[in-house]
Design a protein around this ligand. Structure first.
Ligand SMILES: Cc1ncc(COP(=O)(O)O)c(C=O)c1O
Length: 466
């Protein structure tokens, strides 16, 4: 089976969006860039409807959904119980700020926090706002001026989060000079290891950079408020750092009295097989940022959980914009967590993670174009490379993602040489197995036939996944 993509209705919508959407031109630009190099136009589709583990495009082609609303639908698409809870909240409250649901929702979220140590919660609308709020809290709590963030990491699309993110320098073009209070440190991502260093040596170097280089040569430790870190790279490539690195950050934060912020917007609420990715490091952060899955895939809900002394007594730190913690958002969060507990979703996610990891375990050996298989719970991905070193690695990833889509599996390949996958945490095991079979067929095809898509370089202005 191979879909002809974009289908007629998707194509008509893409054309209709050309003059009005912010990234309306992105598909045509990519198609033109691919054609210039003699390759096909990339596959593209627009979702017509969604249910459970699947989406259908407007041309009625069905796909197994590994894109998952950019990892926001932990219980699959359009979960009926969450829709019902959200609907009831809409009927009862419409939109109000002073509604009662935010109290049990905050209590419930706090009860899930690592070590029970982050009892206070501040609602925000999006992961972006939550990450910005966390940084503001840390600055106001410490009365210090600098924040450390990491290369390869992504924290959002607000002005502040663009400043601390560093997974693509193009994203910060024209704003570089605004990030005066941000110290960017290397993240020991396996894709960036300097020549000749082992992974362990690179971790040691990254920790030395934080503990010694920054504090002795750049900014005194007593003027640094804290560190914001992803305990599992998400947008940067679905890659998990070592225990030494994350525990090292905790040790350095304790030594200098820095606030440790973990951004679990994508890794949180079960994505890596435990409630929080940080749970796997035996580390308790001072602030934890949550979003995406908390919405149940239905209604935005995000926020910041923090130590009592950081959030409870911090009159300078404001947060929570108009639509933060709406009745419907809180209802979605409460229902999502209820289903997590009732249906033992974490155990199911961990089981699916093991299934994926054993199914994909031979791919690095079997396919020259596979650089690294990444599975950590359901934070899944495959990094690609050009075995001949002639073409951009990115083309291989794009070609595999393209071949998958034409076979009916929807995954992400944005601006990186990886295909990333975020199955729902309650996906049926046979559906996940089928998706991985089709992915392997796609890898095999690209390995044999070579690159088919050349839509590079990507522009930072829009998601290539549409
Ligand atoms: C780790 C991380 N932090 C923050 C964000 C921003 O969240 P949102 O898109 O909900 O604003 C994202 C989004 O992908 C993310 O992956």
């Amino acid at each position: 089976m191979s879909y002809r993509l974009p289908g007629d209705k998707s194509k008509a919508l893409l054309d209709q969006g050309l003059p009005s959407l912010r990234d309306g031109l992105s598909y045509q630009r990519r198609a033109a860039s691919s054609a210039e190099k003699g390759y096909a136009a990339p596959a593209q589709m627009i979702v017509g409807r969604a249910e459970g583990d699947f989406v259908w495009d407007v041309d009625d082609n069905r796909y197994i959904d590994l894109q998952n609303g950019w990892a926001t639908n932990p219980l699959g698409n359009c979960h009926p119980e969450i829709i019902e809870a959200v609907h009831q909240a809409h009927l009862q409250y419409g939109f109000q700020w002073e509604h009662p649901l935010r109290i049990p929702a905050a209590e419930k979220i706090a009860s899930l926090m690592p070590g029970g140590a982050l009892p206070r919660f501040s609602f925000e609308v999006s992961g972006t706002e939550a990450a910005e709020s966390a940084i503001h809290l840390a600055l106001c709590h410490t009365g210090r001026r600098y924040m450390i963030s990491f290369t390869s990491c992504f924290h959002g699309e607000g002005l502040g989060t663009k400043m601390v993110s560093a997974y693509d320098s193009q994203k910060n073009i024209y704003m570089e000079a605004w990030s005066g209070g941000v110290l960017k440190a290397p993240y020991p991502y396996s894709d960036n290891i300097p020549a000749g260093m082992t992974q362990d040596q690179y971790v040691e170097y990254c920790l030395w950079y934080l503990e010694t280089h920054l504090t002795e040569y750049v900014v005194p430790a007593e003027n640094i408020a804290g560190i914001i870190v992803e305990p599992g790279l998400a947008e940067g490539g679905n890659w998990i750092p070592t225990t030494e690195f994350i525990q090292g950050i905790r040790r350095i934060c304790d030594k200098y009295d820095w606030v440790m912020i973990v951004d679990e917007v994508l890794t949180g609420l079960g994505r890596t097989g435990t409630m929080w990715s940080i749970d796997q490091y035996d580390v308790v952060p001072d602030i934890l940022v949550v979003g995406k899955n908390l919405s149940g895939g239905i209604e935005p809900c995000a926020g910041v959980a923090a130590r009592n002394d950081i959030l409870g007594d911090n009159p300078r730190a404001s947060g929570g914009s108009t639509f933060a913690g709406t009745p419907a958002g809180c209802a979605a969060a409460l229902k999502t967590i209820e289903i997590f507990e009732r249906d033992n979703i974490l155990a199911h996610a961990a089981m699916l993670g093991s299934l994926a990891s054993s199914r994909m375990s031979t791919w690095e050996q079997r396919y020259d174009i596979v650089a690294q298989v990444r599975t950590h719970g359901l934070l899944m991905g495959v990094a690609f490379r050009d075995p001949e070193g002639v073409s951009e690695d990115y083309y291989f990833a794009r070609s595999v993602r393209d071949a998958m889509l034409r076979r009916g599996v929807w995954a992400i390949c944005d601006n990186e040489p990886q295909v990333r996958m975020y199955p729902a945490l309650n996906m049926a095991p046979d559906v996940l197995s089928k998706a991985l079979d089709l992915m392997e067929e796609s890898i095999d095809q690209v390995q044999r036939e070579g690159v088919s898509i050349g839509d590079y370089p990507p522009m930072p202005s829009g998601n290539v996944g549409f």
